[in-house]
Design a protein around this ligand. Structure first.
Ligand SMILES: NC(=O)c1ccc[n+]([C@@H]2O[C@H](COP(=O)([O-])OP(=O)(O)OC[C@H]3O[C@@H](n4cnc5c(N)ncnc54)[C@H](O)[C@@H]3O)[C@@H](O)[C@H]2O)c1
Length: 325
């Protein structure tokens, strides 16, 4: 019998593939189009909780026939890890052959989790933010705080970033790195409000908490601004979220499951998910003055829109280690 192999891509291999943010955004837009038209499969993600507090390990399977993509990401988030010198998010993705079901690749999932989450926010922004948005507020200067600048810069004429972090050290390192890497003016925000008021796009990417710290109050987010709630509703007081004219997510079914698990207790009515926005089934922003929000939860479909590109490019470039099955 034929000997079958899979391509193992370690974290550095995935980085070395050098997939660009525009390529990620393009593939994810195709996926959201297919999702909106009912041509994808994604059961709600089951999770286990072996650690303490808000830690989780989730199974994220999905299939996108349009992209010849099928597989699963097994991803963990352990909030105590940074204090141990370990990453908060870790994970592995298995990419399967859609014809035979055989695993083609096992790849580190950390890089794609960072990039696809920023890309999903930027795609939401295409429908919900003002196209002339130039000032970006970032609360939480970590992995997501970085990938969101990269992704927003692809779709918006970003000139200035207002950066806030609970840790001044993390914020200052971020300012040094992001201003150099993206050739942007990155200004330290001394308070959370300075990274919200006066910004066209606001991204909250601090810790995700079942009991929100709810720092952002009504009146802080400017008229006409768009906010992406990457850390669920942890950062927002209910009254501040209720100021949004439209409140969206990336997948309605998954959103309801997360609500059943105790998150998003007091939010505006859901207007649309991202498949509905991309396909035009529901309108996005309709006036320059309205405040808009999305709380994208992160979908298995996001990862499975990125995995085939990583695999194909790795094969082309001879990156990774072949392992016998
Ligand atoms: N929705 C999604 O698809 C998705 C995907 C991945 C991560 N996330 C979430 O995004 C958030 C950030 O993840 P990450 O990987 O960037 O983590 P990270 O650990 O790299 O960065 C988090 C940053 O937040 C800072 N911080 C802590 N408390 C804060 C506060 N109150 N205000 C501002 N900053 C604060 C930390 O100092 C750190 O710099 C987490 O809540 C994570 O669960 C969401």
């Amino acid at each position: 019998m034929q000997k079958n192999r899979l391509l193992y891509l370690a974290f550095q291999d995935v980085v070395d593939v050098d997939l660009t943010m525009p390529e990620i955004i393009e593939s994810m837009e195709k996926m959201f189009q297919a999702k909106g038209e009912g041509r994808t499969e994604m059961p709600p993600k089951p999770g286990i909780h072996p650690g303490t507090g808000d830690s989780f390990i989730h199974a994220m399977p999905a299939s996108i026939p349009d992209l010849n993509s099928a597989g699963i990401k097994w991803v963990s988030g352990f909030p105590d890890n940074p204090a141990r010198g370990l990453p908060y998010i870790s994970g592995l993705l298995i990419f399967n052959d859609v014809q035979t079901g055989l695993p083609l690749s096992v790849m580190d999932g950390v890089w794609m989790t960072a990039k696809r989450t920023g890309a999903a926010s930027a795609i939401s922004g295409r429908y919900l933010a003002r196209p002339d948005s130039s000032v970006l507020g970032i609360l939480g200067c970590g992995v997501q705080g970085r990938s969101h600048v990269e992704a927003m810069k692809v779709l918006f004429p970003i000139e200035k970033v207002m950066a806030y972090d609970a840790s001044e050290e993390a914020r200052d390192l971020y300012i040094e790195e992001v201003s150099t890497q993206f050739e942007l003016e990155v200004v330290p925000a001394q308070t959370p409000r300075e990274a919200v008021s006066g910004c066209d796009i606001v991204v909250t990417a601090g810790p995700m908490m079942k009991t929100p710290h709810a720092t952002i109050r009504s009146g802080w987010l400017d008229e006409g601004a768009f906010a992406s709630l990457v850390d669920y509703d942890s950062y927002w007081q209910p009254a501040a979220m209720h100021e949004a004219a439209i409140f969206c997510t990336d997948d309605t079914t998954q959103f309801r499951a997360v609500q059943d698990a105790g998150y998003f207790k007091d939010i505006p009515e859901l207007h649309a998910d991202l498949g509905e926005l991309v396909t035009g089934q529901k309108p996005g922003r309709e006036t320059p003055a309205e405040r808009t929000m999305t709380a994208n939860l992160g979908l298995a479909l996001d990862d499975m829109a990125v995995a085939p590109l990583l695999y194909q490019k790795a094969v082309e470039k001879g990156i990774g280690t072949w392992l016998d099955l």
